[in-house]
Design a protein. Structure first.
Length: 182
């Protein structure tokens, strides 16, 4: 009887404090306590883009994605196929390409301790996607959004992060900062 008086209240407190297992819009298994890359300090958000060459070259046409959104193998694949960059032929000088490549691969998802990068890497299970929109974690996070939302003129596609994620340029993709355009 004494055991029950002690154990049950303690168990109840533990169960109530199980906040890390609540489903906050992502599939359990993509990230659990202790899954952070031990080589890196824990960071909450992806680091904002800091490389001016990358910002100016790539950001001139589309959102300058944080390097932590893809593994280095994906960035290398993208940079090695600039003759067909998602339907466009790009001509980037060798020095700029080298600078961009180093920045993206040095700061890629597997080198980041940011929660989102860790979840991305875990969801990939060794895959090397060519697009951020092919990442299982990203697809899962957007699963409840009707397809017609992505075809709205103000959104355009799933790849236009900053259309809905108002703090995407800062590397913050929290649900609280999402405003879906009409």
């Amino acid at each position: 009887m004494v055991f029950l008086l002690i154990f049950v209240p303690l168990y109840g407190c533990y169960a109530d404090d199980d906040h890390h297992k609540k489903n906050h819009g992502y599939q359990e298994g993509f990230h659990k306590d202790g899954d952070h890359n031990d080589d890196h300090d824990h960071e909450t958000y992806l680091k904002a883009v800091t490389n001016q060459t990358y910002k100016e070259t790539c950001g001139a046409c589309h959102f300058a994605y944080q390097p932590g959104l893809l593994p280095s193998g994906s960035w290398i694949r993208i940079l090695n196929s600039l003759e067909d960059h998602f339907g466009e032929a790009l001509d980037i000088d060798a020095e700029s390409k080298k600078t961009i490549s180093k920045y993206l691969t040095d700061n890629a998802a597997e080198h980041s301790g940011a929660e989102r990068a860790v979840k991305i890497m875990k969801s990939l299970r060794g895959q090397t996607p060519s697009r951020i929109t092919e990442i299982p974690y990203i697809r899962h996070k957007h699963r409840d959004i009707p397809p017609e939302v992505f075809s709205r003129k103000a959104v355009g596609s799933l790849s236009n992060c900053s259309a809905c994620h108002r703090t995407a340029d800062q590397g913050i993709y929290e649900d609280d900062n999402v405003v879906i355009p009409k």
